[in-house]
Design a protein around this ligand. Structure first.
Ligand code: 1CP
Length: 369
């Protein structure tokens, strides 16, 4: 598809306004606290939206990700519907692997599946022989989709994202989704040399994918290490953190680092300050997370996705409690503790946005601190 004339921006940039760099999201990621936290939802695009399901009929997930007009439209859908403070680019963590020529499909209802799992020294040799530069060259549809999206978003920021080396390796080594990621964790110890070559290559591939998005106008990036919670602190430090640093190195936009079940890893996930913001799942109260993360890190989270199905008064109290606890951090970005479950009633998400946009924390406590 060709890039048609840009649509009227959702939030037109006023003359003299600073654009998405001055948005509530970017300011919070950089550590500025406002009277209310900005709000967006991981996996806000996609399965919970009827307009997404309608658009997806007869298409394959990875083909959609590489169609600039479709990827852009799907990215915009939740912003129009919910009025969230940020868009997240519609793509998937395995898209850069597809761009590198790896044989991967996304099976409906299951997730990424690789034709050739990477398990032996020869497998790692074969994969890492691919120059990560090919990802940058093949990423033209990604850059085009991001350009279309940021033109349509106006002042609303777009978050670019990539999978962290461990979470990508968990799929690649296993060949598909797994619960405990045993094969990837075994490789670290059984053959550390192969592990480091694999993770180092994945870090470069994710870096190239993030760069394509920031070059084309993304205002922040998030590194998803969704499955890092399965690692011990010692393994995280020895086998993971150095590679995640490479994936996030050198960006001038704010960087968010997210994982699930990572209470024991939160301090390490700051990557010595490289991450401006650390995502926290629903298991750790945000004031506890803030105490661990210290005064120079923003927290993001941490609505329990399960509570999206609870009666509104229960969910409202939960959200208000999270916003209160988030005040212990230098700044807070309200989000879920993990992605939107597919069966979520989307009107509930809109209601959370309306609730949060109506808050004035300074008024609620009788004045600014
Ligand atoms: O046919 C479909 O609709 C496929 C479902 C789907 C969608 C909508 C998949 C397959 N990926 C996506 C989009 C996607 N993936 C987004 C953009 C949507 C948004 O946030 O609004 C993002 C950020 C991702 C990132 C992603 N993919 C992660 C990290 C985030 C997380 O939820 O932890 C992971 C782990 C994946 C792998 C993946 N891709 C798809 C599925 C079902 C899975 C998970 C499989 C598993 O459980 O292991």
């Amino acid at each position: 598809m060709t890039s048609s004339a840009p649509a009227t921006p959702l939030t037109p940039t006023a003359a003299g306004a600073a654009g998405p760099a001055a948005s509530a999201l970017v300011r919070a990621l950089r550590g500025e606290r406002d009277v209310r936290p900005p709000v967006w939802f991981m996996r806000q695009a996609g399965r919970s939206l009827p307009e997404y399901r309608e658009l997806r009929v007869g298409t394959r997930m990875l083909d959609v990700c590489l169609d600039p007009a479709l990827a852009s439209e799907i990215t915009l859908q939740p912003v129009r519907r919910h009025g969230v403070d940020a868009a997240i680019f519609f793509s998937d963590i395995v898209v850069p692997l597809r761009l590198a020529g790896v044989d991967v499909v996304i099976e409906p209802g299951r997730g990424p599946v690789f034709a050739n799992p990477v398990r032996s020294v020869a497998d790692v040799d074969r994969l890492t022989a691919i120059d990560p530069e090919v990802v940058a060259e093949a990423a033209a549809p990604i850059r085009e989709a991001v350009r279309l999206t940021t033109a349509a978003l106006g002042d609303t920021p777009l978050i670019g994202f990539a999978g962290a080396p461990f979470t990508l390796a968990a799929y690649l080594v296993e060949g598909g989704p797994s619960k405990e990621h045993l094969r990837a964790r075994a490789m670290m110890h059984a053959d550390p040399d192969s592990w480091h070559r694999l993770a180092g290559w994945l870090a470069q591939v994710s870096h190239a994918f993030l760069t394509a998005q920031t070059d084309a106008g993304a205002s922040a990036v998030q590194l998803f290490d969704s499955w890092a919670g399965s690692l011990s602190v010692a393994d995280y430090r020895a086998f993971i953190a150095p590679h995640s640093r490479v994936a996030l190195d050198g960006f001038t936009v704010p960087r968010i680092h997210f994982g699930v079940g990572t209470a024991h890893l939160l301090a390490d996930m700051r990557l010595d300050g490289m991450a401006d913001t650390v995502g926290v799942d629903w298991r750790t109260p945000l004031d506890e997370a803030a105490a661990i993360l210290g005064a120079d890190t923003t927290v993001q989270g941490n609505i329990d996705p399960a509570l999206l199905a609870a009666p509104w008064p229960v969910l409202e109290a939960h959200v208000r409690g999270i916003v209160q606890r988030g005040r212990a951090a230098r700044a807070h970005v309200l989000n879920l503790g993990h992605g939107v479950p597919p069966e979520t009633d989307p009107t509930v998400l809109t209601r959370i946005v309306e609730l949060v946009h109506g808050l004035d924390l300074d008024a609620a406590v009788g004045g600014a601190e």
